[in-house]
Design a protein around this ligand. Structure first.
Ligand code: PLP
Length: 393
């Protein structure tokens, strides 16, 4: 099969929900992927941030293989020792006394957070304040929470009870809290919204407001979690403890998994029958997720992120100094954005044509979410390609 054959099948049989690059990826290892025609690409946006250890990391692969031969799925009405072990590990790295619920995606994790918040509000408080330019997923509730109108067109009426305020503007946030507000939800580094980093003081003020008004602080760590920002969770860069944290993307190292964890006083509001997910936390995905955490720990990958993030940002800043087109380099850890004044699409497509996979958001922000274990020489190679493309455009 060739790339074009797949494209033809898609046009007949697959719903037209995504824009596509004309590449059919068939194989991957680390930060490299190959398409059906054996073209090789360097992937600095592996699996939209999901493949946090690169493609097919060996420990995750061997855990999945091994578990598949034992048992793949069990109902959540039986105890699952792998789910218990994984939850214990997550609570340990979170350093928050909390309990975990497992599901399958970021939007589903956020749905769990909304339900927990409403339960905590005991039917009297239900409003959740989120930020402009946020992205929380595509289900109707997470879309209602999302602070970008373009995703909502044609899908109204959306769910009541979500308010949006400008990001990094504490006064606007404070003004919009009323007696029905139960929670404030944000991404500590907005990903899809353009790699916008929350100010440290702003987060401290929100945390204080939450304590004063008994509001829940919900951190959407679907993209920032699992070491992406150089700490296990982005909130650890801000010295705070959220009340609820949502996870997905990297947690399973490529297999579909989401999770929400909440401080005990919030988690304990939930009772059997109030929430569930048939596939959530099945043995095979828990085994993969255990391998992800073990690998990040044993290979000291948080250090790798912190060291190479400085290096990557430095190399991108060199490009900024040389090309007037580049207006900003920002981000935390391995969540980095390069803003350009113009020609974002041409640069993005030029990178792909030259064998470098990255992402473009808002038409002018090139995004990099490299695997936590990427090598320095791969960063150097990416910079050579980017340099060439910037020169050409
Ligand atoms: N929240 C954030 C911060 C995200 O970046 C995303 C996806 O990009 C989501 C939620 C939705 O996750 P999913 O696509 O797994 O539902």
């Amino acid at each position: 099969m060739k790339n074009r054959d797949v494209e033809r099948l898609y046009s007949k049989y697959i719903m037209n929900t995504y824009t596509h690059l004309p590449i059919s990826l068939a194989r991957g290892k680390g930060s490299r992927v190959w398409d059906l025609e054996q073209n090789e690409y360097l992937d600095l946006f592996p699996g939209w941030g999901v493949s946090i250890l690169g493609h097919s990391p060996s420990k995750v692969v061997s855990h999945i293989r091994n578990q598949a031969g034992k048992i793949i799925h069990i109902s959540n009405n039986y105890y699952n020792h792998l789910q218990a072990k994984l939850a214990q590990k997550i609570v340990k790295i979170a350093q928050i006394d909390s309990k975990v619920f497992f599901c399958n995606s970021g939007a589903e994790a956020n749905e769990g957070a909304f339900k927990l918040a409403r339960l905590y509000g005991s039917g009297k408080r239900y409003k959740i304040i989120t930020m402009n330019d946020s992205f929380h997923g595509r289900t109707l509730a997470s879309l209602s929470a999302t602070g970008q109108e373009k995703y909502k067109e044609c899908f109204g009426p959306l769910l009541e009870g979500f308010m949006h305020v400008p990001f990094n503007d504490f006064e606007a946030l404070k003004m919009s809290v009323d007696d029905e507000t139960v929670a404030i939800m944000l991404e500590l580094v907005q990903g899809e919204g353009g790699v916008n980093v929350a100010n440290y003081d702003y987060i401290q003020k929100i945390k204080k407001l939450c304590s004063e008004r008994d509001l829940l602080f919900i951190a959407d760590e679907v993209q920032t979690g699992m070491g992406r920002t150089g700490k296990w969770f982005a909130y650890q860069n801000f010295d705070i403890e959220p009340d609820i944290v949502t996870l997905a993307k990297g947690i399973g190292g490529g297999v579909p998994m989401g999770a929400v964890f909440a401080k005990d006083r919030v988690a304990d509001c939930i009772k059997p029958g109030m929430h569930a997910s048939t596939f959530g936390g099945s043995p095979i995905v828990c085994k993969a997720a255990l391998a992800v955490i073990d690998t990040i720990m044993s290979k000291n990958l948080l250090n790798n992120v912190n060291n190479l993030s400085k290096y990557l940002k430095g190399r991108l800043s060199d490009l900024k100094a040389r090309y007037d087109l580049v207006s900003d380099i920002r981000g935390v850890g391995f969540m980095i954005g390069m803003e350009v004044k113009d020609k974002g699409r041409e640069i993005f497509e030029g990178c792909v044509a030259n064998g470098l996979l990255i992402n473009l958001t808002h038409g002018n922000i090139l995004r990099f979410l490299p695997a936590l274990n990427i090598k320095k020489k791969d960063i150097d190679k990416a910079i050579v390609i980017l340099d060439r493309v910037l020169k050409e455009v």
